[in-house]
Design a protein around this ligand. Structure first.
Ligand code: ATP
Ligand code: MG
Length: 426
């Protein structure tokens, strides 16, 4: 019989890859903690209506990409295509939007029925963060600083650049939308089919078109940045001024419109040139109307989401050191219970130790081969004679010359603590 395969565009994260995921997860969660964000976990499945309302009926995500299905009760449900709508729903439902200042982060799988390719999957993962209740530009800047610090921690700052823009307030966008349609209407036949349709439904998204003719036409289009109202303009100027003062490098990209309808004012993307066409690794912005759109009391909000698979691809490209092999491998020729007793003792005495054991037994030589393959730095050798004397041999597997010490079992964890403490902070 044929074996059953996973669904196209939905991938296993295999044991050999999970160290890389943990590397990222531990750094991201430490950064979120450093900025006083708390984690929120919402369901993967929500009512389809939540996303249609929040993201917008005429966006690619809702029109073409969302997984929608009827459950056995006939309710229309969706696998979440993004995290913000669910977080906003939860914040409203549990009264978290007051007092103002809620700061939350989330992580987990998202689902979009797109054509699978490099950097584009049907199940992918995001980290994201949201701040509610504060419309001050300082919040926008602190979020940007947090993400910048993350790139620095990951060693990726040189490979990622920040682009920002302002989408203005609702009235600005409506005014601008009319200007844009007026500009494009006479050139309708030069637009690609998708953009012609968007001219009716969502003309701002035409900026996202990849068609050369459309792009050429758009390069001469009026800019939303010239149509900003006074308040949105002052907000954006303040953001830029603070970024300048704090030494954050950025480019203003007046064509940056973002794919979801709920954004307003500040929007940003972090982009890399090292991953080909799918170069946006993190994106977000303000959504001051979203809480009200979803039925809550008007509450400003701002957030971002980063694509984990793209970030990991970039980290691999950059050659980051993430693997976490065992520190030590216990090679033993005594009974399993004696082997396990020593291993347990070491784990009791030194909880940070990553210790592999050869419980399956076998000859010394075979065990050493496995110790080598495991990537462990040290072998601990427990033979019959060591056992009788209450000692263990400690061998540095990566030293050029045979480097071996004999240690009393009672001293072993202390010595290991010295050895592993040196360059292993996590
Ligand atoms: P793109 O323009 O690449 O389609 P997007 O604007 O649809 O991105 P967002 O909704 O802003 O993406 O999601 C934030 C981040 O999540 C993206 O910048 C990207 O890193 C990641 N992402 C989005 N869709 C996918 C996908 N299908 N596969 C892998 N990562 C994705
Ligand atoms: Mg997309």
């Amino acid at each position: 019989m044929n074996s059953i395969q996973s669904i196209r565009g939905m991938h296993d994260i295999l044991p050999e890859q999970s160290a890389l995921w943990h590397w990222l997860e531990s750094r991201v969660s430490a950064i979120f903690a450093a900025y006083d964000f708390q984690e929120i976990r919402t369901p993967i499945v929500e009512k389809a209506e939540l996303f249609t309302r929040a993201i917008g009926q005429t966006t690619d995500v809702v029109e073409k990409e969302m997984y929608v299905f009827e459950d056995r009760n006939g309710d229309l449900l969706s696998l979440r295509p993004e995290g913000t709508a669910g977080v906003v729903r939860s914040a409203i439902q549990h009264g978290l939007t007051h007092p103002p200042g809620l700061k939350v982060w989330y992580q987990g799988p998202m689902f979009r029925h797109e054509r699978p390719q490099k950097g584009r999957q049907r199940q992918f993962h995001q980290f994201g963060a949201e701040v509610f209740g504060i419309d001050q530009p300082g919040v926008d800047v602190e979020l940007i600083l947090m993400v910048e610090r993350l790139w620095a921690t990951l060693g990726l700052s040189d490979r990622i650049r920040l682009e920002i823009n302002s989408l203005g307030d609702k009235a600005d966008r409506e005014r601008y939308r009319r200007q844009l349609v007026e500009y494009l209407e006479p050139h309708r036949d030069r637009l690609d089919a998708d953009s012609q349709r968007r001219l009716e439904t969502n003309p701002l998204r035409i900026f996202d078109s990849k068609h050369p003719d459309t792009q050429a036409l758009m390069s001469g289009a009026p800019r939303l940045s010239d149509a900003l109202g006074d308040q949105a303009r002052a907000h954006f100027d303040a953001v830029c001024r603070m970024l300048d003062k704090l030494g954050v490098k950025y480019q203003i990209n007046t064509g940056l419109v973002r794919g979801l309808d709920y954004y307003c004012r500040t929007v940003f993307e972090w982009i890399t040139n090292d991953l080909g066409a799918q170069g946006t690794v993190c994106a977000g912005g303000r959504y001051d109307d979203l809480v009200a759109i979803q039925g809550g009391k008007p509450t400003p909000g701002i957030g971002f989401a980063m694509g984990v698979e793209r970030l990991l691809a970039l980290a691999e490209e950059a050659g980051v050191e993430f693997s976490r092999p065992p520190h030590a491998f216990l090679v033993s020729q005594v009974s399993s219970d004696d082997t396990l007793a020593l291993a347990e003792r070491l784990r009791d005495e030194l909880p940070a130790l990553r210790l592999a054991t050869a419980v399956s037994g076998g000859k010394f030589k075979a065990q050493f081969k496995r110790a080598d393959r495991s990537g462990a730095r040290f072998a601990l050798i427990l033979g019959e004679s060591e056992m009788a004397e209450g000692v263990v041999q400690l061998k540095d597997l990566r030293a050029a010359h045979a480097d071996q010490e004999t240690l009393a079992i009672a001293e072993l964890s202390k010595r290991l603590a010295q050895l592993i403490g040196r360059n292993d902070s996590d």
